[in-house]
Design a protein around this ligand. Structure first.
Ligand SMILES: [Zn+2]
Ligand SMILES: [Zn+2]
Length: 366
């Protein structure tokens, strides 16, 4: 069928909304009419050439309503409200032990452009287009494997929920599924973007004593406090490591690094207390460490965390329930844009005006 999609035709070019052909869902797939899609840093990286091969349809935080189901799909039905998340194979050893976020085929299935069976589902003028994260949600319709899809509560505004599939899952899951801090312990969160602020809300929910947020934008630090941060530090004005150690009498138990900036990563490691643990979430460059002094002698742990170590079908409904109960007010991070203004939404995300842009693509009701 013909759909409208924001096409990424070549590196560093604005997206263009045009008609493209999408294949019908196969037996283990569903057709979703997209209502909205969040914009995430990984989409921007892909436009720069660090993602799926061009040409491509990006978008990996889609939300929508199911219109068709394949013959082997039994747990989803026409009319279901769904959030789309990352792609995984559901048969490798990582998937089978419940770590789908570290599926052995993660890179291929989310960034390779092709589907699990090595075919393409998006075509235009005789050319194949890459699928992104198994969904390509910057489009009026998406086809996705049943494992990419999470059924969500009908009562919650579906237009808000797309970012649950990546950014919000990453921030909240890193706290709740990966670090699992004890109530009363301390955490430092580097970067107050959508991922960092989702981590703040999760840490607040779990009753941590010190939730220290570090950023360079005052407006984001203010919002962090509103969402539960006990301390908000502007790293332009002070020595972060000293300040974190002062607040926590020797360093934090846990930290999350979302910026990818080498000096911030190093600060994050240095401001841990003995036996502290840091999750690396942001994509970043080289950092020089002395492993004896910085890691070994203080028994510290550095771990990379993808998608908040979450199984989407378990984690996302849980966070939506917290939102309904007023315990996870992630709507404060969101700004809506029309689909036609998608390039502006990317620009506002880059400059920091908007924390989490969501483009509205379709009607909520039919
Ligand atoms: Zn797998
Ligand atoms: Zn993402």
């Amino acid at each position: 069928m013909k759909i409208k999609a924001a096409l990424a035709k070549e590196k560093n070019h604005p997206l263009v909304i045009e008609e493209i052909e999408i294949d019908e869902p196969k037996e283990d797939e569903v057709l979703i009419r997209i209502v909205a899609s969040g914009i995430c840093h990984t989409d921007a990286e892909s436009i720069k050439g660090n993602g799926a091969p061009f040409p491509a349809v990006l978008g990996h935080e889609g939300s929508g309503i199911i219109e068709k189901v394949g013959s082997s799909v039994t747990h989803l039905a026409i009319g279901d409200h769904v959030v789309l998340s990352y792609s995984y194979c559901n048969s490798c050893s990582q998937c089978l032990i419940g770590h789908q976020n570290l599926c052995m085929r993660t890179i291929e299935l989310n960034f390779g452009g092709k589907l699990q069976d090595q075919t393409y589902r998006l075509h235009k003028d005789g050319q194949n287009y890459s699928t992104f994260f198994g969904q390509s949600s910057f489009a009026t319709y998406a086809v996705a494997n049943k494992h990419n899809v999470v059924k969500v509560d009908h009562e919650v505004d579906l237009r808000l929920l797309g970012p649950m599939g990546c950014g919000i899952q990453t921030g909240s899951g890193t706290v709740m599924n990966s670090l699992k801090p004890e109530p009363g312990s301390s955490i430092a969160i580097y970067g107050a973007g959508a991922v960092g602020l989702s981590a703040v809300m999760a840490a607040h929910l779990l009753g941590l004593k010190n939730i220290i947020v570090i950023d360079i934008h005052e407006n984001r630090l203010e919002l962090a406090k509103e969402l539960g941060a006990t301390h908000a530090l502007n790293s332009k004005n002070l020595n972060v490591v000293e300040e974190v150690k002062n607040i926590t009498e020797g360093g934090v138990h846990y930290a999350i690094e979302t910026t990818g900036v080498p000096v911030v990563i190093k600060n994050g490691i240095d401001a841990l207390r003995v036996a502290g643990k840091i999750s690396i979430v942001g994509m970043g460059g080289d950092v020089t460490l002395n492993f004896t002094n910085d890691i070994l002698m203080e028994g510290k742990t550095i771990v990379g965390t993808i998608q908040g170590d979450s199984t989407p079908q378990i984690h996302i409904p849980k966070i939506i329930q917290f939102y309904k109960e007023g315990k996870f007010p992630f709507d404060k991070l969101v700004k809506f844009y029309d689909f036609k203004d998608i390039n502006q939404a990317f620009e506002d995300s880059k400059t920091g005006i908007t924390i989490k842009p969501i483009v509205i693509i379709g009607e909520l009701f039919t």
